[in-house]
Design a protein around this ligand. Structure first.
Ligand code: ATP
Length: 238
């Protein structure tokens, strides 16, 4: 089967500051690919480069085998690739429901918005209860659910999810990982960036460790040697 996403020898950064050096990884269709690594390793930059939000200076990005390097962000979204930022990136002055509607903004999603909203409310009953609440008053966990819900409104085939457990209490992290596990069981292709390595490994089909803008370890989720992963994780110059 064609991979949902291939990142091939990617080099990208911010103007004169290069961040990603020759990064290659694949996300198999219907699988969960986890990217771990210390602060500043370039994980978020990688997701942003895939979405066309950071300039790519070399290499390629393929969606379902088709090169999408240089594609505009809206074209990537139309291809079914959606980035779910961490929960503080919701629209704080808008209601829960209006935030979800923003997720239905891409033209391809408008026809199905009622069905998608019903699906999101089924998935997150807490959001249904709070549909009229101003999003800025949600708890951290609810805001993260809203960020995921807004992404699901875009009818994604591939979800790039950036640090969904960031700053959340352990019991809320449990809930977020339960939801990710459910998405995975439903066959969603997921690329998950997480600092919570042990939790992320439990739902990982494939794991990539990034260090200083490079992928320094790529393994199947069930074959990861935690000692080796941790040794590389904490190495200053891997
Ligand atoms: P974290 O877990 O802390 O978010 P990360 O692995 O996601 O780390 P990035 O956020 O991708 O890392 O950052 C990688 C490098 O790129 C860092 O050195 C950071 O300072 C730099 N960087 C990030 N955003 C910008 C920007 N807009 N302009 C310039 N440099 C940036």
């Amino acid at each position: 089967m064609t991979n949902a996403l291939d990142v091939v020898s990617l080099r990208a950064g911010y103007g004169a500051i290069n961040v990603l050096w020759d990064v290659s990884l694949t996300a198999e269709t219907g699988k969960t690919t986890v990217i771990v690594g210390p602060n500043g390793a370039g994980k978020t930059t990688l997701l942003r480069a895939i979405m066309g939000l950071v300039p790519v200076t070399a290499g390629d990005i393929r969606v379902n085998g088709q090169s999408r390097k240089g594609a505009k962000t809206w074209d990537t979204v139309a291809d079914g690739v959606v980035m779910i930022p961490e929960g503080r990136m919701i629209f704080p002055d808008m209601s829960v429901e209006d935030n979800l509607m923003m997720g239905a903004f891409p033209r391809a999603c408008r026809a199905g918005w009622k069905r998608n909203k019903a699906m999101v409310f089924d998935f997150f009953p807490r959001l249904a209860e709070r549909r009229d609440q101003i999003a800025g008053t949600l708890s951290g966990g609810e805001a993260q659910m809203l960020a995921i819900g807004r992404g699901l409104m875009e009818q994604p085939r591939v979800c790039l999810i950036d640090e969904p457990s960031l700053g959340l209490a352990p019991v809320v992290v449990d809930e977020i990982f339960r939801i990710l596990g459910q998405l995975r069981a439903d066959g969603m292709t997921i690329i998950l960036v997480e600092q919570n390595t042990s939790r992320a490994l439990k739902i990982a089909d494939h794991v990539h460790l990034m260090q200083s803008g490079k992928v320094v370890l790529s393994e199947r989720g069930d074959a990861v040697d935690l000692d080796r992963l941790h040794a590389l994780y904490f190495a200053h110059d891997a």
